[in-house]
Design a binder for this molecule. Structure first.
Ligand code: NAD
Length: 290
């Protein structure tokens, strides 16, 4: 078993670090929040007083932080100067492609190997160890990261070179945001045209309009499997995080010269939804605005 540094023990990182500890690793855990550190301790990790202390002597350094700026500062302040050359740097945060590539290049300049490995799946999947990881980096980086990621998830896919994990995450979540809004609109339209929502679901879920947003995450209460819609749109994937991902996707599209008019429109709609005080609501709750 290995010594692992885990930095960022929030909603997602807390469960992920716990699963590495459960797998038998010596997990040195660091977070700015004393509460998060206490939870990590209860889950079998060793809380430490700084990121530097976590990184010293670690074979794998995992970060699960809010955004690119946090990742860059933790890497600059603690990781680059203290990570052993044989270690693997694994950033699981959802951040912009450009920062992910910059971090990876800076790591290589120090003789270190880094991968971006954002996740699909929410807090429940992080706790259960059933996340999907999409990994950007060299073949060597992927081979070094894979055994650790496999202990926190059920699927680990090598998406391509550095930044490719974030690119996959962004494109996927842009598709998710757009299909969720389209699914909400379709239910509302069917209702206005006199269809019972369950009847529309029975038809559309086996017809060409079917999508994950409909069959696995239906935004209408009492229809389809149990989803946040059945719990007053609480829990699940917060609208504020969907907005964050849509902004990242649109920024990446602008940088790459890709045309994403629906992605842009989805971001505008989530922008209004979040501005109206719904940032903590599950993203399927946008149906209430239609
Ligand atoms: P969170 O805010 O719950 O956790 C982030 C943690 O990082 C906090 O505990 C915070 O104290 C800590 N932190 C911030 N700066 C730090 C620093 N300099 N040093 C040490 N710790 C620091 O966020 P989360 O929901 O766990 O999300 C983490 C990442 O995962 C984000 O990039 C998010 O977009 C992504 N993500 C979240 C979900 C989800 O459903 N929550 C799903 C997929 C991906």
């Amino acid at each position: 078993m290995a010594r692992v540094a885990f930095i960022g023990l929030g909603n997602m990182g807390g469960g992920m670090a716990a699963n590495l500890a459960k797998a038998g690793h010596d997990v040195r855990a660091f977070d700015l929040s004393p509460d998060a550190l206490a939870k990590a301790k209860a889950a079998g990790c060793l809380p430490v007083a700084s990121a530097v202390e976590a990184v010293n002597g670690a074979e794998a350094i995992v970060t699960m932080l809010p955004a690119g700026s946090h990742v860059e500062s933790v890497y600059a302040d603690a990781v680059f100067s203290h990570a052993p050359p044989a270690g693997i740097l694994i950033d699981c945060s959802t951040i912009d492609v450009a920062t992910a590539r910059r971090v990876s290049d800076a790591a290589a300049a120090q003789g270190l190997v880094a991968v971006d490995a954002p996740v699909s799946g929410g807090i429940a999947a992080a706790t259960a160890g059933t996340l999907t990881f999409m990994v950007g980096g060299s073949a060597d980086g992927f081979d070094r990261a894979q055994p650790f990621l496999a202990q926190m998830g059920k699927t680990v896919i090598h998406a391509g070179a550095s930044g490719a994990g974030q690119a996959a995450k962004m494109a996927n979540n842009m598709l998710l945001g757009a299909t969720m809004i389209a699914t909400c609109e379709a239910f509302r339209l069917a209702e206005r045209l006199g269809l019972d929502p369950q009847t529309f679901y029975d038809i559309s879920s086996v017809s060409s309009g079917q999508s994950w947003s409909m069959t696995s995450y239906c935004p209408v209460p009492g229809v389809g499997p149990d989803t946040p819609a059945d719990h007053d749109y609480q829990g699940g994937f917060a609208a504020a995080l969907m907005l964050k991902d849509l902004r990242l996707a649109n920024q990446a599209a602008a940088d790459a010269g890709a045309s994403t008019p629906l992605g842009k429109h989805a971001a505008d709609l989530y922008e209004s939804f979040v501005a109206a005080g719904n940032g903590g609501t599950d993203f399927s709750g946008i149906i209430r605005t239609l």
